[in-house]
Design a binder for this molecule. Structure first.
Ligand SMILES: C[S@@+](CC[C@H](N)C(=O)[O-])C[C@H]1O[C@@H](n2cnc3c(N)ncnc32)[C@H](O)[C@@H]1O
Length: 258
């Protein structure tokens, strides 16, 4: 298994500049969580804690976990109880009323390990509510990056750092891990990029560029941007990424894991 930092290096400043929309657009899933005062909630892949703060604002006692030390430092600076933890190896036991996760689960490519840890972390009947990249997410961007790697004889498919499941796949895994699924859907969400495709690629596409010689990376990016321009850039130069989210709400069933 790749370590999380091998897939992507997280920089709180560039995340804030290029990708603030990620937490801003987390409001609907936050509403589905329905956190209430006094609950104990785990935010899995809390990042810099902007959304975690909103969970805490409901009066819940929140713990954030994230694999990136830099992101955890940024979350702690907001006063959040944030800890460096790999989501594949959660060690909590029957501690939380709910586990919440926004835009993080697609970075964890062994979903069954994650789900087993989430199920262990929850009290009986506890909720798991989240949103992450679903099947087809950023497909155009992936195809363009694969194409520029293919020109260089590199298998781009092997560089995809994400797990973007279908509804059927993730529903089955949730049930196998002992959850009852209350809601699950794919939601197309074209998303305007505040700093264009360059900012997005700079923040999220590190894994695709890693096999290239440093001197060739800028050229490869220019080629990918040229391929994407007719698809994702409008006549005014605004870039919109082809996001598709998988949103779900589940709770621990009495039945336990299958
Ligand atoms: C796109 S950010 C989302 C952050 C935050 N939830 C938000 O809505 O702004 C994805 C986060 O997932 C974290 N992450 C990636 N792989 C992880 C893993 N294996 N375990 C824990 N966190 C992980 C990254 O460090 C990053 O902070």
């Amino acid at each position: 298994m790749n370590t999380p930092e091998q897939l992507n290096t997280w920089h709180p400043e560039s995340y804030d500049r290029n990708a603030r929309f990620v937490s801003d657009l987390g409001e609907p899933v936050l509403a589905m969580l329905r956190a209430v005062a006094g609950e104990r909630i785990l935010d899995l892949g809390c990042g810099d804690g902007v959304l975690t703060e909103k969970v805490a604002a409901a009066g819940a006692s929140v713990v954030g976990v994230d694999a990136s030390e830099a992101m955890v430092r940024a979350a702690r600076a907001r006063g959040i109880d944030a800890r460096v933890v790999n989501g594949h190896a959660l060690r909590f036991e029957r501690e939380f009323d709910a586990v919440f996760s926004n835009a993080a689960l697609h970075w964890m490519r062994e979903p069954d390990s994650v789900l087993a840890g989430v199920a262990r972390a929850l009290k009986p009947g506890g909720r798991f509510v989240g949103e992450f990249g679903g099947h087809g997410c950023v497909a155009a961007i992936i195809v363009a990056l694969e194409a520029v790697l293919a020109r260089r004889g590199i298998n781009g498919a092997a560089q995809i750092p994400w797990y973007f499941p279908t509804v059927a796949d993730y529903r089955e895994r949730l049930i196998s891990a002992g959850f009852a699924v209350d809601y699950i859907a794919l939601i197309p969400r074209p998303t305007e990029l505040p700093t264009g495709i360059e900012g997005w690629l700079d923040t999220f596409a590190e894994n695709f560029l890693r096999p290239l010689q440093p001197a060739d990376r800028k050229k490869a990016l220019t080629e990918a941007i040229a391929l994407l321009s007719p698809v994702l850039c409008d006549e005014r130069g605004r870039w919109t990424a082809d996001y598709i989210r998988l949103r779900f709400a589940a709770h621990l069933s009495d039945r336990g894991p299958r």
